[in-house]
Design a protein around this ligand. Structure first.
Ligand code: ZN
Length: 185
């Protein structure tokens, strides 16, 4: 359905672009064309030549209009594609890649619920990591901060990382396994 809408929008833009460029070309060169025509239709041979000339000019203006329109449509499509990824909140970086980096930090035993959003050049990450439940709050916090820094430094595009710290228990391990089974992590 969305593909059909995109196609219809592209066609509408193409038709509109063609119309705009054609109108402008005729507006700019129209007066000249008319005066050339007026002076050249006096005899049959000149009329034939000017007929061919005018046809060629109008044909080429249509071709120009089509090329310009195509460029406009292509650019609009690129902008639309980028905007739709941003607006639809699609993942910017694969969760598995981020978890791989996080699990490389000493003390991190599990990783899940990774979300990445933002623009192509500025990605925001939030994620859950699990550490040994017997660790102190201060120790867990140190690991969480280190994980935030490590992930942010590993990916150039990442502007900020928020880590939610959890104890590595059966429930959290189950959540990680569930995500791995469904191919999320
Ligand atoms: Zn969690």
């Amino acid at each position: 359905m969305s593909h059909l809408l995109n196609l219809l929008a592209a066609i509408a833009l193409l038709v509109w672009g063609t119309y705009m460029v054609r109108t402008d070309i005729l507006r700019v060169f129209g007066a000249n064309l008319r005066s050339i025509l007026a002076s050249s239709v006096r005899n049959r041979i000149r009329a034939t030549i000017s007929g061919i000339g005018v046809t060629a000019l109008l044909q080429s203006s249509t071709a120009t209009a089509l090329i310009v329109s195509a460029v406009i449509v292509y650019t609009a499509w690129q902008v639309f594609k980028e905007a739709s990824v941003t607006l639809s909140d699609a993942a910017r970086i694969r969760a598995s890649e981020i978890c791989e980096v996080a699990l490389g930090v000493g003390g991190v035993l599990g990783c899940h619920s990774v979300r990445t959003r933002g623009s192509e050049a500025e990605v925001y990450v939030d994620m859950h990591i699990q550490v040994d439940a017997a660790r102190t709050v201060a120790d867990g916090h140190r690991i969480a901060e280190l994980t935030e820094r490590t992930v942010a430094e590993h990916f150039d595009r990442v502007a900020d990382v928020i880590v939610h710290l959890e104890p590595f228990d059966e429930y959290q391990a189950g959540k990680t396994n569930e995500e791995q089974r469904s191919g999320l992590v």
